[in-house]
Design a protein around this ligand. Structure first.
Ligand code: HEM
Length: 370
């Protein structure tokens, strides 16, 4: 029996390759922000426990202050890939979203609460009050949102599970069970958080708003954390790749298009290994030079792009093996709208770049004194 709902008769308004490209770019940026949030928050909570160590408290406050801004990027960079994913994979994604509907809709409320807790966490730290339990609550909620997203993104690939879930309840109150890919995928995002969070500290070590002692603390702690959790991230990634169905693994080596995604998987492995080495050198050598931090930013971003390309291949091949071909859609490109969209997209990126440059040029306040 056909599991996927019928295709929407309205044709796609832009070429599939363009929608996919935009999806990959925006999702990779969403992942960078998500990893900064998940990792940076947990690290800030841990640092805030050492109230007797001035450097540790400066690190906790520096991260907490930035996390409210990072959250805006998590959300705003999450919306575009959601729209592109719905356009491309709507028949699968809408179905899985409805099946876990109660949880899916609750993300909005959980997100709002998490955001509020982030502000409370930062404010309590600035006021010199105990704040770890506030930060930890925010982290647990953010981790739960990540879990729900992993759940939906894997359930959309399992049409064989949908009918039984819907028979059990149409109210969207059950979460699916029995998917071997869910656990490693979620753990990978959590470990990736500490890995990217560590690289973020190495980047901060190069900033002129910290004293020499604080810089050396940030580079030492950040480098070691990134090196350690880079290895965990790598192992979780290999686990997530290893539990994919055989047809997907084979497709990543043989399918003319998705071989490219297979290569991205190897690229991901190589780049994580490079980042682990860089982080270990920065951590044990307490390197605070600006270029080390920027190298970490570059490698970290490339790692997320590779991951998203690989993940895209896994999704398409899994769906293809179940009769859903993402490329099999009627396209009637509305070039004037596509053109307008691209102009606004580039303009929007320009405005963000300008905002970043204004922040970079603003007069600096030493963070420990702030
Ligand atoms: C605290 C907030 C958030 C966290 C921790 C988070 C985390 C994650 C994680 C872990 C994934 C990967 C799931 C997987 O494939 O295993 C993901 C994917 C995704 N997130 Fe977020 N997210 C957050 C907020 C948002 C928001 C607010 C939106 C949109 C409005 C969003 C949109 C998406 C989309 C569309 C995907 C997957 C896209 C795809 O596979 O095509 N996220 N997120």
């Amino acid at each position: 029996m056909q599991s996927f709902p019928a295709v929407d008769p309205i044709p796609l308004p832009a070429p599939i390759w363009l929608l996919k490209l935009l999806h990959i770019v925006t999702l990779a940026l969403h992942f960078v922000a998500v990893e900064m949030l998940l990792g940076g928050l947990l690290l800030a909570v841990l640092f805030s426990l050492f109230r007797g160590s001035p450097s540790s408290m400066v690190a906790a406050k520096a991260l907490a202050r930035r996390l409210t801004v990072v959250m805006t990027y998590v959300i705003n960079l999450g919306v575009p890939p959601l729209l592109f994913a719905q356009v491309l994979y709507g028949r699968a994604l809408y179905t899985s979203s409805v099946l876990i509907g109660a949880y899916w809709i609750s993300i909005i409320a959980i997100l709002t609460l998490t955001y509020w807790l982030l502000y409370r966490f930062s404010a309590r730290l600035e006021a010199g009050k105990s704040a770890w339990w506030v930060g930890l609550s925010a982290w647990v909620l953010a981790g739960f949102i990540a879990r729900l997203l992993s759940t939906n993104m894997t359930l959309m690939l399992r049409p064989e599970a949908w009918r039984q879930m819907y028979s059990a309840s149409g109210a969207g109150i059950y979460l699916p069970t029995g998917d071997p890919t869910l656990e490693p995928r979620w753990l990978m995002m959590l470990a990736g958080g500490l890995f990217i969070g560590g690289l973020w500290l190495v980047y901060l070590a190069g900033r002129s708003t910290f004293t020499a002692d604080e810089k050396s603390f940030l580079a030492g702690a950040g480098g070691k954390i990134a090196a350690l959790f880079g290895v965990v991230y790598l192992v979780a990634g290999l686990w997530a790749a290893g539990v994919q169905p055989e047809v997907v693994k084979a497709g990543l080596h043989t399918h003319w298009l998705y071989k490219f995604a297979g290569f991205a998987g190897y690229g991901w492995l190589a780049l994580v290994a490079v980042a682990v080495l860089l982080a270990a050198v920065a951590g044990f050598g307490k390197l605070t030079a600006g270029w080390v931090g920027w190298a970490g930013v570059l490698v970290g971003t490339l790692i997320e792009i590779m991951l998203v390309v690989y993940r895209d291949g896994v999704r398409d091949l899994t769906l293809l093996s179940k009769g859903f071909d993402v490329w099999d859609r009627v396209v009637v490109t509305n070039w004037s709208v596509v053109g307008l969209f691209l102009v606004l997209f580039v303009g929007g990126l320009g405005v963000v770049g300008w905002l970043v440059s204004v922040v970079a040029r603003a007069s600096k306040v030493m963070e420990g004194a702030a």
